[in-house]
Unconditional design. Structure first.
Length: 260
């Protein structure tokens, strides 16, 4: 099996070709065709939530596949919209929820919501990217983590954004040499540790971000010898890290974006 670093480089060296190959997979084509043919018929939040195929497609596109069951929470998220600072979308630390609420902003755009590019072609592009990461993770968990961090890094505003997402945290802990056991510490202590070792603004610089992710790939190979069988999916839904449980994830999701 190729190393994490080599696999990551092979995929990202020509990301357009990699994405096109994923989009051409029969299963992806079928799901995409159904989504594009039917999403425009959705006029309300109820329509959206009650069509499982459309709803699950969108949830996967935003990396929220594991939360597809949580229709009550997603209903509250979409009903609140994004304009009110107190809306659920603006109080959750995980930026994926606000991204979903922005794309499906029924609260502000009403019946025209699903005809906009944000809810059509943009969602499809994100679905393809998510599938690419899933496919890579089936071969090597480290590659998926690297690709995921690269994609999500521009949305990271505070250390709490990293702490709220087990996959981002795994990458950060690996690169910054922070012991996984630190996850048992108070959240404020964990956040301070991260910011003392990482200038978060560096993640907005493509060159520095690339160097950060490449360093993760090398260190991941050193720690795991590329033979690990632990699925990256487990980390993306909150498993596989000491101290990361449902209660802790819930508390992290409730932290406001303004935290330091």
């Amino acid at each position: 099996m190729l190393s994490t670093f080599a696999s990551y480089q092979a995929i990202t060296r020509n990301i357009t070709t990699s994405l096109a190959s994923t989009a051409a997979e029969p299963a992806v084509q079928n799901q995409t065709q159904y989504y594009l043919a039917n999403i425009g018929k959705v006029k309300t939040i109820d329509n959206f939530l009650n069509n499982y195929q459309l709803f699950s497609f969108a949830m996967k596109a935003f990396g929220l596949e594991s939360m597809t069951y949580a229709k009550g929470m997603i209903r509250q998220l979409l009903e609140g919209g994004i304009k009110d600072s107190k809306a659920l979308a603006n109080t959750l630390t995980d930026p994926r929820y606000k991204a979903l609420a922005t794309a499906f902003d029924f609260a502000d755009n009403g019946t025209s919501t699903t005809s906009a590019a944000a809810a059509t072609t943009d969602v499809v592009n994100q679905y393809v990217r998510q599938t690419l990461e899933d496919d890579a993770g089936n071969q090597n968990a480290g590659v998926r983590l690297a690709l995921y961090f690269q994609r999500m890094a521009p949305t990271i505003q505070t250390a709490y954004n990293i702490l709220a997402d087990p996959a981002l945290l795994k990458v950060a802990q690996t690169v910054l040499q922070i012991p996984p056991q630190s996850s048992l510490q108070d959240l404020s202590v964990q956040a301070q540790t991260i910011t003392s070792k990482l200038n978060l603004k560096d993640l907005q610089d493509p060159t520095k971000l690339s160097q950060f992710v490449q360093r993760f790939a090398v260190l991941y190979d050193m720690e795991n010898s590329t033979t690990t069988t632990q699925p990256a999916n487990a980390l993306l839904v909150g498993q596989g890290l000491p101290g990361i449980g449902v209660d802790l994830l819930t508390s992290l999701q409730g932290l406001k974006l303004g935290g330091n």
